[in-house]
Design a binder for this molecule. Structure first.
Ligand SMILES: N[C@@H](CCC(=O)N[C@@H](CS)C(=O)NCC(=O)O)C(=O)O
Length: 299
């Protein structure tokens, strides 16, 4: 782990890190926001600061949400840290979209483990985000007898668009083991097998065998996950989102949960006049922050 830059933001610090990843076999960038509580002398020694992982959408780096979602204010308010991973492996040796489009390849890893060449070599984003990165952050930040940050247990996940998809997918796949304690999404792609962005990505990364796609499709996964307690998934989407009808289709998730344990536990809030941008995301970050703070036991 190497610190590229450290910046003061709100009451805490944004740490821009890079590290060699065993999963992607590339160097990966990640931003971590440490809230003001991390720096407070009086923060209880036996209490770890929980984290929220924010998965970004197509074309993003860790910087988009760090700069434009305004999670930092909320992190200080409730006392959680934020993790902003990258959206794909990058570099000259990393295969890209043959068409040169922005919806596949670098900046568009879809948080899956690719099985198809030439992508399988580096595009192992599922393992990277859900397994390797939290372990790496834990080892880096919680060393020398200091264990102030919780990257492994009290962790929530959220994301935007492709990242909203990645968040719901990771939450459901890890649900039996309670990998994440809370999940929400902003304008997520909920049924990638059925929409153009998802089909292009799944074909490229996972191949033509549609059975493989179901392993990563929230609308298929959720039918086989037994909900417990009062768990809910919170989703916002703008009704002026240009991708709503073709790629996002949140109604398909509501259809998928009918007559399952998730019925009435997936809340899709369609908000009037909002598009797909960070003006939309940042507007609803406070509501998502409160939702996660509650589920992480901070309020
Ligand atoms: N680059 C695409 C837009 C892709 C897009 O909207 N990406 C979203 C996530 S799916 C995003 O967060 N973009 C970066 C940003 O707004 O900072 C275009 O030119 O139409």
């Amino acid at each position: 782990m190497k610190v590229i830059k450290e910046l003061s933001a709100c009451g805490g610090r944004l740490i821009k890190l890079s590290h060699d990843s065993a999963s992607t076999k590339t160097n990966m960038n990640v931003n971590v926001y440490l809230p003001k509580q991390y720096y407070a002398q009086e923060y209880p020694r036996n209490k770890r600061i929980p984290t929220i992982v924010y998965l970004s959408g197509l074309t993003c780096t860790p910087d988009n949400a760090s700069e434009k979602a305004f999670w930092q204010f909320q992190a200080d308010k409730y006392g959680f840290a934020m993790v902003f991973p990258d959206t794909s492996p990058r570099g000259e040796s990393v295969a890209n979209d043959p068409e040169g489009s922005w919806d596949f390849g670098q900046g568009a890893g879809f948080y899956v483990n690719a099985t198809q060449q030439p992508y399988a070599q580096h595009y192992q984003m599922y393992d990277y985000v859900h397994k390797e990165l939290p372990q790496t952050l834990d080892a880096y930040f919680n060393k020398d007898g200091v264990a102030k940050l919780d990257f492994l247990d009290k962790v929530a996940i959220t994301g935007h668009s492709m990242g909203g998809y990645g968040a719901i997918c990771g939450y459901l796949k890890g649900y039996a083991g309670k990998r994440y304690k809370s999940c929400s999404a902003f304008a997520p792609i909920v049924n990638p097998s059925k929409v153009a962005w998802g089909q292009k990505a799944f074909k490229g990364y996972l191949g033509n065998e549609r059975a493989q796609w179901q392993e990563y499709d929230p609308c298929a996964l959720i039918k086989n996950v037994q909900r417990t307690g009062d768990d809910k998934i919170l989703i916002h989407v703008g009704d002026a989102d240009p991708f709503l009808e073709e790629h996002l289709k949140p109604e398909l998730l509501l259809e998928a949960v009918k007559c399952t344990s998730w019925e009435n536990h997936v809340q899709v809030k369609k908000v009037h006049g909002f598009d797909h941008s960070y003006y939309f995301v940042s507007t609803f970050v406070p509501e998502h922050a409160e939702f996660h703070a509650h589920n992480l036991g901070l309020i």
